[in-house]
Design a protein around this ligand. Structure first.
Ligand SMILES: *Cc1c(COP(=O)(O)O)cnc(C)c1O
Length: 382
């Protein structure tokens, strides 16, 4: 890893940066494919929110080299256009509900739009006909998520009507699992119900080329049926929402900062805002170039969080401030020098700090840890 570009444009080392291992993400995509019933390409790679903070362009270019990734999924049309402008030519699903003013852009670019109701279907049809284009749509059915989609008893009517509209091409029918990592009894019933209504569509003669319901947790913990594809997000980045699957994935991101100062503090000295930590022994304190403005959660304050230096854990003392955190490095053998690398999240030597660990201590979820890594943090993909 020594040959990465660790310098900013100013010719000095980054203060806080994230190294993204693209081969790990490709590996994780193949793991997702291996969990599908089909050998045909079945991974719809979710790269919304800048690929969960990993860099959507670099990640998508890498994943496009994997034949198992047949398409990409993003949250909105702006993210979809970013992929196209970067030369990504596989299909792109826009997963969120398009605002009326955005729909024309989806049609113009040929992105696959999520449709929840007749009004959206009619509008996409009208826009497509006016532009002599085909509007590709995935019809979303709400089997329990409660944020998008048509209710199950109205799916057949919507699908039949959409299929008959000029300019509409039905790409797929999809649904979403709200509790795949929390409530298996509900999730099993939900998946069963979803497959039942798909077969009703089939019996009614509505042709649905694709279907998908599983997110990462669904992909891991429930059998994916023949002909279904999976919308894999978190697992691509090497974080398993179902802990027993963690060993099969390769974490892709290492979030790093540097020691800025090494200082000797006497007993009884307060550290950082609010003086929530008072030294109880003569303490060697390392001031580190990261804070909540980098996305390192302020909620980690006082939660016994560690950072890694030279492959060893050291506790963070006091509150997380905007730009600088302080770690207790009293127990390190050799005195640290300023500029030394510090790992906030990731592996160093044999020790690993996972997104799940940080998330738990911060009272949140790995998704929010990754997507919270801010713009100030340089991304170095390799
Ligand atoms: C974000 C998203 C996913 C990916 O979920 P993970 O839990 O990260 O795998 C799948 N489907 C939809 C509709 C989403 O919005």
């Amino acid at each position: 890893m020594g040959e990465l570009s660790h310098e900013s444009r100013l010719g000095v080392p980054h203060r806080c940066w994230a190294e993204v291992d693209l081969s790990a993400i490709r590996h994780n995509a193949r793991v997702a494919q291996s969990m599908c019933a089909d050998t045909s390409p079945s991974v719809l790679a979710i790269v919304k929110a800048d690929a969960y903070g990993h860099g959507a362009v670099a990640v998508s270019r890498a994943l496009q080299q994997e034949s198992c990734v047949f398409a990409f999924g993003v949250a909105n049309v702006r993210e979809a256009i970013e992929l196209r402008e970067a030369g990504i030519d596989r299909p792109v699903y826009v997963l969120g509900a398009a605002l009326p003013a955005e729909r024309e852009l989806l049609v113009a670019h040929g992105f696959i739009a999520a449709v929840s109701n007749q009004e959206e279907a009619d509008h996409f049809s009208k826009l497509a006909v006016e532009r002599n284009k085909l509007a590709k749509v995935q019809i979303v059915v709400d089997t329990g998520m409660g944020r998008m989609g048509v209710l199950p008893d109205q799916l057949l009517a919507l699908a039949q009507s959409a299929a008959a509209l000029p300019g509409i091409e039905i790409d797929s029918v999809s649904s979403h699992l709200p509790s795949a990592d929390e409530d298996s009894a509900f999730t099993e019933l939900q998946i069963e119900g979803y497959r039942r209504i798909l077969s009703q569509l089939n019996s009614a003669g509505v042709k649905i080329p694709r279907s998908h319901i599983a997110n990462s947790a669904g992909t891991m913990d429930y059998p994916v049926a023949n002909g279904e594809c999976v919308r894999a997000g978190l697992m691509l980045y090497g974080s398993a929402p179902i802990p027993s699957f963690q060993a099969r994935l390769k974490p892709a991101l290492a979030w790093k900062a540097r020691v800025g100062l090494v200082r000797d503090l006497p007993v009884g000295h307060g550290i950082n805002y609010g003086r929530t930590y008072i030294t109880t022994r003569p303490t060697v304190a390392a001031t580190i170039s990261a804070g909540y403005a980098d996305g390192y959660p302020r909620h980690l304050s006082g939660q016994g969080t560690d950072v890694l230096i030279h492959g060893q854990r050291f506790p963070v003392l006091g509150r997380i401030t905007m730009d600088q955190i302080v770690a207790d490095v009293t127990d390190i053998e050799q005195r640290l020098v300023p500029g030394t690398e510090v790992v906030l999240l990731g592996q160093q030597g044999d020790t690993i700090l996972t997104a799940a660990e940080l998330a738990e201590k911060a009272g949140t979820i790995p998704w929010e840890i990754f997507t919270g890594i801010s713009k100030r943090v340089a991304r170095i993909a390799h």
